[in-house]
Design a protein around this ligand. Sequence first.
Ligand code: S3P
Ligand code: PEP
Length: 453
Amino acid sequence: MSNAVTIDIQVEQQAAHQVLHINPQGSGGDRALRGTIQIPGDKSISHRSLMLGAIAQGETRIQGLLVGEDPQSTAHCFRAMGVEISPLNSTLVTVQGIGLGNLQEPDRVLDAGNSGTTLRLMLGLLASHPDRLFTVTGDHSLCRRPMGRVVKPLQQMGAMIWGRQGASLAPLAVQGQRLQPLHYHSPVASAQVKSCVLLAGLMTEGETTVTEPALSRDHSERMLRAFGAKLTVDPHSHSVTVQGPTQLQGQSVVVPGDISSAAFWLVAGAIVPGSELLIENVGVNPTRTGILDALMAMGADIQPENQRDVAGEPVADLRVRASALKGCDIGGALIPRLIDEIPVLAVAAALAQGKTVIRDAAELRVKESDRLAVVASQLSKMGATITELPDGLEISGGSSLNGAEVDSYTDHRIAMGFAIAALVAQGKTSIGRAEAASISYPDFVTTLRGICP
Ligand SMILES: O=C(O)C1=C[C@@H](OP(=O)(O)O)[C@@H](O)[C@H](O)C1
Ligand SMILES: C=C(OP(=O)(O)O)C(=O)O
């Protein structure tokens, strides 16, 4: 029997959609993945640099911005409100800030596409722009996602917002107002809720505070401070206060690589026997590194190298080598620190020895898809033993996966997570609607081809 294994990767266009076929050919041989990977810019930081740049005074210069569909949605919306933003696909992106309170009333509906971050953060700014009417929408997925979580605190600040089901679903109409400050106790640990209220607080006279039940990603806090906002953080109560009104100054921003994109390679390197991958320039902000904690608790061999600080965010290169994984329990305050990585973490759990239980993750039901239901149904098709819980997943690992026809449900994290599962499956896996990957990672398939035998 030949020991040569190749992993055949084909993208098939089927009408408006793409099917990604991944077929490890040859058996018994070495499938090891090897190489050095450059990951795309952090999506959360990319959105924030465009938005803060737009409302600051003077020019903001952004290096390393993610050129994915989600930041493109943010750029389109702010261009429609009079902000000059250079093409996103250049090494240096410039935003000509128009100053606080100066977003123009757009002559069209603002379309946030597939991006929850765009819509929720932008609503805070729109609601606090007096005398202007804005209408906002998104794609089919976004119009099903809950907006009440940001509309409610904004209404408590005096915002006027209309939409379906008591303004809890987009499309929404916003009549900008002078708002009142608020101390909002958010029932969810959500950086989008926190950031929305803080952005509304920028324009509002007085102190606007958000307290959250557990710490969510703190990129807004870091960047608002860097742009000159008057901001205080109480780490004990997970509270952030902005003192408004506060004028921002344009800055130079360097966007680190997205750990949520690195997560696919971390899991791939850990589960494909013999692999060694070096993932360069990964943002390792402690509010985002839950995936490292979880994988290491499962026995993954991940070494951070060359740790440094880049423009206010910690960065490292991550070396991952394949190792035997064991199941573990994941829940509580760890969840917001790895929320977007759970689909691919479930793939690692399916390969680990023993049981993995993920809890406190009901938020996954209101992402681009119901990620708990989709991961459970599609991973079962590949032979995994997985049960959907109301707020998580129970995965009995150790089974080998078989190739299958699965669907992304138009969710980028699902499309890419299943591409990683396909690398260890017996036989061909076909992932429907795989073009969703370009929401956060347009070069995903190119990078995958580059590390496969
Ligand atoms: O603020 C952000 O940039 C994000 C916050 C998270 O959402 P929630 O705030 O809804 O948890 C995350 O899932 C999303 O991908 C990006
Ligand atoms: C949930 C995500 O993004 P958003 O909420 O911005 O659509 C994600 O990227 O996984």
